[in-house]
Design a protein around this ligand. Sequence first.
Ligand SMILES: *[C@@H]1O[C@H](CO)[C@@H](O)[C@H](O)[C@H]1NC(C)=O
Ligand SMILES: *[C@@H]1O[C@H](CO)[C@@H](O)[C@H](O)[C@H]1NC(C)=O
Ligand SMILES: *[C@@H]1O[C@H](CO)[C@@H](O)[C@H](O)[C@H]1NC(C)=O
Ligand SMILES: *[C@@H]1O[C@H](CO)[C@@H](O)[C@H](O)[C@H]1NC(C)=O
Ligand SMILES: *[C@@H]1O[C@H](CO)[C@@H](O)[C@H](O)[C@H]1NC(C)=O
Length: 481
Amino acid sequence: GGAKGVEKAAASALPPLRLLAILAVIAWTLFLYLQFSVLSAAVEVEEVSHGADSADPCRGRYVYVHDLPPRFNADIIRDCRKTEDHWGDMCGFVSNAGLGRPLADRADGVITGEAGWYGTHQFALDFIFHNRMRQYECLTNHSAVANAVFVPFYAGFDFARYHWGYDNTTRDAASVDLAEWLMARPQWRRMGGRDHFLVAGRTGWDFRRSNNVDPDWGNDLLAMPAGRNMSVLVLESTFLHSSDYSVPYPTYFHPRSDADVLRWQDRVRGQRREWLMAFVGAPRPDVRMDIRIRDHVIAQCKASSACALLACARAPGSPQCHAPGDIMRLFQKATFCLQPPGDSCTRRSVFDSMVAGCIPVFFHTASAYKQYRWHLPKDHLNYSVYIPDADVRRRNVSIEAVLRAIPPDTVERMREEVIKLIPRVSYADPRSRLETIKDAFDVAVEGVLDTVARIKKGEYVDSGRPVSEDPPNLYVSTESS
Ligand SMILES: *[C@@H]1O[C@H](CO)[C@@H](O)[C@H](O)[C@H]1NC(C)=O
Ligand SMILES: *[C@@H]1O[C@H](CO)[C@@H](O)[C@H](O)[C@H]1NC(C)=O
Ligand SMILES: *[C@@H]1O[C@H](CO)[C@@H](O)[C@H](O)[C@H]1NC(C)=O
Ligand SMILES: *[C@@H]1O[C@H](CO)[C@@H](O)[C@H](O)[C@H]1NC(C)=O
Ligand SMILES: *[C@@H]1O[C@H](CO)[C@@H](O)[C@H](O)[C@H]1NC(C)=O
């Protein structure tokens, strides 16, 4: 009985003890909660209002934009005259949020600024992309909830201002400065910068001096440790198992609404294509042997009555190749647009011709198939023709004969595929917003977010895993491929 009595006494003593304990826990919880919510009220609100909500359309898509000092962007734009000795001054191209001057179409009044057409420079993407980012619907000011961090450094413009006649140290100065600035930020420490991205709107070769055949070309942004950790969006990837991802060159077309896109797609769909094929460009007699195919293409085009040739002089500023209205008019009148490599494998012209609904003809797999994995479909032969350059160079294969052999309904299907791709390869006007259609910017940001998410999961990710096989040589005997 005595033992039971002790138990009873203990049992009756317990409730007040338990109560005290519970009260203490509640008090501590309250105290800690208040502390925490005062310290991080902003983040809490963000998470409650959308971060933790599965119905949140921005879930997984938040981008934080670093507020860089102006020496990394605005001041570089102000320096636009610095490039004028070699590439002509860029100042005319930075108006209208980077789109350049509106086009005035004297011939038929279609390719005009009012319809979304500008004289856009092929290397103006740094600035256009940054401006376009201001319209991105999932920006956040709270880096802790961001899925990726955008670094608005104008790397391509920085290359241009210090490329000619400056030593390595001067060329690299802004990149070194940027790396120091970024690495001192808490946002960097979280993932060693692996969730950061920037746009270097030129080819990757311009930012990899140490890997180049020519040790006097470019700066070393992509080769330095901080540069290697960020995803860097370039116009042509170097495939060096790195983090330079290719995105389309900017074209002249910058729609402001879904209606602009649909109107233009209808127009190119209805065009009468009087030329079987077209080529716009200058000869490149001095490039490396394996991509030296332009002379053959130009010779075949000249010799064919079915080919429209807009021949350009090599000199910068050769006027006929910088009249965007003429180029776009020609591409709309051709079924196929010939896209041989030039100084390098990729060309801005690929995207100009696709915007005109002209089916691109490639001679090298690095011109598109190994690039632009985010933007172009995997079934490359659904929207383009592939004629291996060796067929043309060594076997004198007739481009015209190859193209004529493609059945009309196949041509029709390919053109429709090209027309569908128009918004994906166009950068919308950064001063307005497409309602439902995704532009090249949207696709690029999705690509970055996906890349960062995979890195976070511990996957090994790099840009340099080229497609393992060339596409089949559909239209020519395969012996030479
Ligand atoms: C971020 O902060 C700036 C300045 O306070 C403000 O103008 C902007 O609207 C904020 N952006 C977002 C997405 O909250
Ligand atoms: C790059 O990322 C790796 C892996 O996250 C990290 O160990 C390294 O310190 C980072 N480099 C720099 C320069 O932050
Ligand atoms: C500049 O850098 C490259 C490689 O990054 C090097 O090969 C070259 O010697 C350097 N030039 C000078 C003058 O130091
Ligand atoms: C693309 O081509 C493949 C065959 O290579 C075909 O199976 C597929 O249906 C095509 N896709 C479209 C959208 O035409
Ligand atoms: C290539 O073929 C064309 C006709 O298709 C011919 O006129 C030309 O002479 C040939 N060139 C060579 C180098 O064989």
